[in-house]
Structures are given as structure tokens and as C-alpha cells.
Design a protein around this ligand. Structure first.
Ligand code: 3UK
Length: 530
């Protein structure tokens, strides 16, 4: 087999068996995703549209190579980490793939985090470089100031002086792909932990091929004719697949929106670029439906919509389908699995359920002892597939608990109905998914505890009018207050100034005490019922 190629063997497919993916012994994933298109005479085709910019496959391949050379020129070595706090823009592609082609490990980070979060990630990753869009300079530069160990290189994507753009423009255009294998470390994605800090899931070269083929091609039917638009950003594993690896795998194109996706902006993008596939999260679908009470956007280009990040309530599915005529496929994925592993299909949709296992994956629902539960009973969901991260960076203890004997413990409780559809029943830990993003109640509680008048606080998830989970705070004050509204405003401000903005509590309850066990543990289930 030629170096850096993968053979998709469809022989077994159709009989319910997945296609087999055979990787060349020497395999750098930047070659099939980026360089292959020029070889296959797709160089003139548009790969990326963003604002007024259109980037062809030939331009993409050249800029990726230049960017890889720029990183090597800075002195980065094989295996070094390059943290990215980069908005959705073509530079995200150049940097991510340029690093991989050069053998450097890109680590896209959530761009909504705060200085203290970035400081931790700089230290934990021991990165050699940090590249950021100027939009995020305030938080990133404060983190660089505070970090115990600064990366050798901190670089803005664009603007004055030495920027990534300037380096790309000057770097040579020829770059040999660094030698690696399909299972070598390739890139990391951080995922939040309920108690501890975020954990870096280490993904291999083959992982993006696996998700693009099994979910992108075999589940969604993505083709070169598709135009993909993801409201979920590229730094999420979800967005990374939706708007980057799926279109690049099949030679399709991606539409990028750099700004925060408000309903109106998503409508504008869909009307202007006429994507065929749209990827969102339940909170945004709910907001879009709300906006459609007034606006009448033309969504006729869409053939299919996808939802993930948290469970899609059946009523949102029903209202969207009725309004637009386009179904939403709900599917569950994770950072550790890289993308969706249980999904609804266009010909097999059960509203309110996550669907069935995606080709190439196995799923089991087990009890506390690790035995399979009886049909109809709920238990822990374990999954297995070739895209799952093999370990967390520098965290043997979490690796041992999560990656067990080739299976990945999702941390979710699931059951299967009589027809074999998987139904989400909640988390096994206290973590909340808010607008598709992780929220640790402990982190919010610690922030609330910083207020001089707070004795203690507990945060739980509560469903809003759409049935979507948001944080609710139960607060015990040191001394009772007549005007809790003023304190509530201060607490919201405190959270908004120190935490990623989606983490602030939407409701407050001031109480005399919190329900606790004999050993002093807060009984969150009682608060959830209260
Ligand atoms: C929850 C869902 C019910 C579930 C993700 C698609 O969300 C993604 O990754 P994260 O690491 O979170 C994973 C956890 O989120 N979840 C996600 N989707 C659903 N729960 N129904 C759903 N449809 O708790 C899961 O363990 O942020 C989603 C693709 C790639 C991803 N990384």
C-alpha cells in the first residue's frame, strides 16, 4: 500500500457490517484529508467559505504546508503541543492540519473560557506554542501572564507584528508529511471533568478517518455535493467533524461563521451559502424556532439537520420538522469518542431517543458489577470503536477509570426500548450539559462561595420551558437578608466575570440549610426534586 493512504473496503457493508478501513503502515492523516484532493483533481474546488473569502482545495493544501513549515521554523519539534484558541475561520484549518502534517500536536481549545481556565491548560499541556485569534486576547494574555510556565511562542492569528498569517505568507510551500502510523498520537481535545480539571483526550491519526467514514458517510450520507454548516464551533469534537473532517473526507465544502451563532446569524448564513447539512445543539434549535415566530428564513437548501451535545426533546424535533420540512437527526457523541456513535437515521427516527449504534461501534449497557442489564433496564453506557481516545494526557487514574478493557465508559445512563433504540436517562456524575457545553456544579458552587455573604451553595440542573437543562443555585447565606434580589444580581455578576458565560445560574433559591447525608454530603437529588 502507498504511504499515507487508507483503503475503504466496502465488501462487508450492506449486510449490517461496517466497511473496513485499512491504513498504510506509514500514515499521516493530513495527506488523505488535505493533499489527496489536489491529486484527485479537486484543486480548483472551493473547500471553505467564510465571510467573503473562498478557499480552494489547492489553496488549502498550500497554506497547510506553509503553516506546518512556519511552526517548524519557530523551532517546534515532533510531538510538541500547539494550543489553539482560534475562532471558526480558514486559519483554524491551516493551523490544525499544518501542525499534524509537521508532526506537531494541535490542541484546539474552547474559545469561551476564561483566563484561569487557559492558565490551567497552558500548564497541564506543557505546550510549546499558543496561537490565538485577537478576539480572545484579553483572557489568553492574562493567562499567559499568570502561567507558572509560559510557552516559548505566543502568537496572534492576525493583526500587527509577528502573526500566524505573516509567518504563513513567508514560509516555504513544500512540506513532506512527518512519518507516523495510524495509531500514533495526532491531536488532543480537552473535556471537562466533574470534580477535577479538564482532561486532554489524546486522539490518534486514524480517529478522524473512522468518524468521517462511519458516521459522516455511512450514517449521514455526506458526499462531495454537500455543503456543511455547523453552528457548533470547530473546537468541539462535534463541530470539528461537522464542518471540517466530514466535508474534507469526501471533497465537499464547509461554511464557517466566526461569530457567536445567534438564530438570525445562522439564518443569514444558510440563506447566503445554501448549505445542505446543518448541525446545531438543542438550545439553538429552540431559539431558532422562537425566532421563526417573526422571521421567515429560506431554509430550502437543507436536506438534513443534526443535533447533539445534549438530548433533543421530542417536541423540538416535532416543531422543527413541521416548520421546515427537514428532519433533525439526534445522536450522542463525546470528546473521547471524537464524534457520534449512536444516532437516529433518516429512515429510522424515534423522537426523544438517541437512535441505534453507528456502524463501526459496539455499545453495551451494564450494571454496577459490569454485567449487561436486562432489556428495558437502565445502566451505564459503554462503547467501543476505533475512533476512541486511548488515554488522557498525564492522567493515568482517569484513563484507568474511563478506558476499560477496550471499552469507553461514557458516564451516561441509558436503556434500550423493545425495538433496540437507545434512550438517554441522565448522567452518572453531577455534570450538566448546558447548551451542549459542560458545566461542573462544583466549579459554580466554588465561585458562589467567593461572595462574602454566602455560607454555602449547591448547584443542580433544572429543565427550562423547553425541557433543556440549565444550572440552578441553592444558596445559604451567613445571615438572612431582606433583599435577596440584590445578592442574586451580585452572584450572577460574580459568575459572569469569572466563569465561561454559559455557566451562570439561571435561577436562585435562598434557603436556611441544604439537605445533607449523615456524613455531610449534599443530597442533590432532593434539590433536583425540590
Ligand atoms: C452528552 C448527549 C444525550 C452525554 C459530542 C457529538 O457532546 C459531545 O461531546 P462532549 O464530550 O459530551 C459528551 C456527553 O454529552 N450528550 C451528547 N450528545 C447527546 N446526551 N443525547 C445526545 N444526543 O452525556 C455525553 O456523554 O462535550 C457530541 C459529537 C461529538 C461530541 N464530542
Amino acid at each position: 500500500m502507498r504511504d499515507n493512504t487508507v483503503v475503504v473496503d466496502r465488501a462487508g457493508n450492506g449486510a449490517g457490517r461496517p466497511t473496513r478501513l485499512d491504513f498504510a503502515a506509514r500514515f499521516n492523516v493530513a495527506v488523505p484529508f488535505i493533499d489527496r484532493h489536489v491529486e484527485e483533481r479537486r484543486g480548483g474546488k472551493v473547500a471553505i467559505r467564510a465571510g467573503d473569502e473562498a478557499v480552494t482545495y489547492a489553496e488549502l493544501a498550500e497554506r497547510v504546508a506553509r503553516c506546518g513549515n512556519a511552526l517548524l521554523g519557530l523551532g517546534l519539534k515532533r510531538g510538541d503541543r500547539a494550543l489553539m484558541v482560534v475562532k471558526d475561520a480558514p486559519e483554524f484549518f491551516y493551523l490544525f492540519w499544518g501542525a499534524i502534517k509537521a508532526g506537531i500536536v494541535p490542541v484546539p481549545l474552547n474559545t469561551l473560557l476564561r483566563a484561569d481556565d487557559y492558565r490551567y491548560l497552558i500548564e497541564d499541556s506543557a505546550c510549546a506554542a499558543l496561537i490565538y485569534s485577537p478576539e480572545f486576547a484579553t483572557e489568553v494574555e492574562a493567562a499567559l501572564e499568570a502561567a507558572a510556565r509560559r510557552p516559548d511562542h505566543a502568537l496572534r492569528v492576525e493583526g500587527e507584528g509577528q502573526t500566524l498569517r505573516a509567518l504563513i505568507a513567508m514560509a516555504p510551500a513544500a512540506l513532506e508529511a512527518a512519518p507516523s502510523t495510524a495509531t500514533d498520537d495526532c491531536f488532543w481535545l480537552y473535556s471537562s471533568g466533574s470534580t477535577g480539571k479538564p482532561k486532554g483526550a489524546v486522539h490518534a491519526h486514524r480517529d478522524m478517518v473512522v468518524t468521517s467514514q462511519h458516521y459522516g458517510v455511512e450514517t449521514l450520507g455526506v458526499t462531495a455535493e454537500d455543503v456543511c454548516f455547523s453552528a457548533a464551533k470547530l473546537f468541539f469534537a462535534y463541530g470539528l467533524g461537522n464542518a471540517m473532517t466530514f466535508p474534507l473526507w469526501v471533497g465537499g465544502s464547509a461554511v464557517l461563521l466566526g461569530a457567536r451563532p445567534t438564530p438570525q446569524l445562522t439564518f443569514d448564513v444558510i440563506q447566503r451559502y445554501r448549505p445542505t447539512l446543518y448541525f446545531g445543539v438543542p438550545t439553538l434549535y429552540a431559539a431558532q424556532l422562537q425566532a421563526m415566530e417573526q422571521a421567515k428564513p429560506d431554509l430550502s437548501s437543507l436536506r438534513l439537520c443534526v443535533s447533539a451535545g445534549e438530548a433533543l426533546p421530542g417536541h423540538i424535533f416535532a416543531r422543527w420538522t413541521e416548520r421546515t420540512g427537514v428532519p433533525i437527526l439526534d445522536g450522542i457523541g463525546s470528546t473521547e469518542a471524537l464524534h457520534i456513535f449512536i444516532s437516529n437515521r433518516t429512515n429510522d427516527i424515534k423522537p426523544g431517543a438517541s437512535g441505534r449504534v453507528v456502524t463501526g461501534y459496539d455499545a453495551r449497557i451494564v450494571d454496577e458489577a459490569g454485567h449487561a442489564v436486562k432489556p428495558g433496564e437502565s445502566g451505564r453506557l459503554l462503547i467501543r470503536g476505533d475512533s476512541t481516545a486511548g488515554r488522557y494526557w498525564n492522567n493515568a487514574e482517569r484513563t484507568k477509570r474511563t478506558m476499560v478493557g477496550g471499552w469507553l465508559d461514557t458516564g451516561d445512563t441509558y436503556m434500550q426500548d423493545g425495538d433496540g433504540h437507545f434512550i438517554y436517562c441522565g448522567r452518572n456524575d453531577d455534570m450538566l450539559k448546558v447548551g451542549g457545553q459542560w458545566c461542573s456544579p462544583f466549579e459554580i458552587e466554588a465561585k458562589l462561595g467567593e461572595h462574602a455573604r454566602v455560607l454555602e451553595a449547591a448547584v443542580v440542573g433544572r429543565g427550562d420551558a423547553d425541557g433543556l437543562i440549565k444550572p440552578e443555585a441553592w444558596v445559604v447565606l451567613k445571615e438572612q437578608a431582606a433583599d435577596t434580589k440584590a445578592i442574586e444580581d451580585e452572584l450572577v455578576q460574580l459568575c459572569k466575570s469569572g466563569l465561561a458565560h454559559y455557566k451562570y445560574p439561571r435561577w436562585f433559591r435562598f434557603v436556611g440549610e441544604l439537605p445533607k447525608t449523615a456524613t455531610g454530603k449534599i443530597q442533590r437529588f432532593k434539590l433536583r426534586q425540590g
